[in-house]
Design a protein around this ligand. Sequence first.
Ligand SMILES: C[S@@+](CC[C@H](N)C(=O)[O-])C[C@H]1O[C@@H](n2cnc3c(N)ncnc32)[C@H](O)[C@@H]1O
Length: 262
Amino acid sequence: MTGRGMSDTTALFTDAVDHYVQHRMAYPTDLIDVLIARFGIGPGTKVIDVGCGPGLLALPFARTGAEVLAIDPNGPMLEAGRTAAEAAGLTIDFQVRKAEDLDAADGPARLVTFGRSFHWTERERVLSLLEQVVEPDGGIAVIHEDLDQKAGTPTGQVIEAMKRDWIPDDLHRRNRAGHAEVLAASPFCKVERMVGSVPRIWTADQVLGQLLSTSYFNPGRLGDRRAAFEADLRARLARVAPEGVFEENLGLLALVATRPTG
Ligand SMILES: C[S@@+](CC[C@H](N)C(=O)[O-])C[C@H]1O[C@@H](n2cnc3c(N)ncnc32)[C@H](O)[C@@H]1O
């Protein structure tokens, strides 16, 4: 990533942390279990969670007894992960670092995960670094919401309209597309695509909380526009569902990438 620089992406979530912890959905257990089984994660194996935030992936992997290194350049996000791990009685090595700083000394790792974080990294460079970090039979999991599916839901349509009307630049679109192609062109070129879906019944308050947890609508970015933003969002949501409840499915995609022999 160039231009706006890594310092921008590092700071972007600072004002989102509280809302992130409260409103971002945990990953479905099924999906984590598939990855645990696929790579034999447990005692004696190492997992590196990159862009770990509050530890939504790091914690479940640590519960298996695996050694977990969780890195994130954003101190407050990492601190939220540390707090969650302590509350759960789990030992995780949290380090304030970027994906681009990984090196061979961090390995050997059986699995490296990117939960909603791959798009913030210099993807090609990071995959090349991971060649020295991931065990021969190990792999990489890039997990994120299915943005096409999400955009088709009633709340997704409102959120897309809010982005169009409220965000003056397209920062939020950075590197979202083409993860599978980037992986396929890397040393981890064998790419499996897994699709999951989580039922979600949420209220207008929760939609708002989820948006305030993002890099683009967090309180710091909205500043003194926050009240007007909230009023606009609530009005649009009320037009879609006057009773204020949305019953939807959240689609998830996991790209599991291994070396050709993996
Ligand atoms: C949307 S959050 C995802 C948090 C968590 N992994 C999850 O699944 O909920 C994205 C995270 O990526 C981090 N991030 C931004 N730039 C990064 C980089 N260059 N390397 C690693 N992480 C980065 C951010 O600080 C943020 O905590």
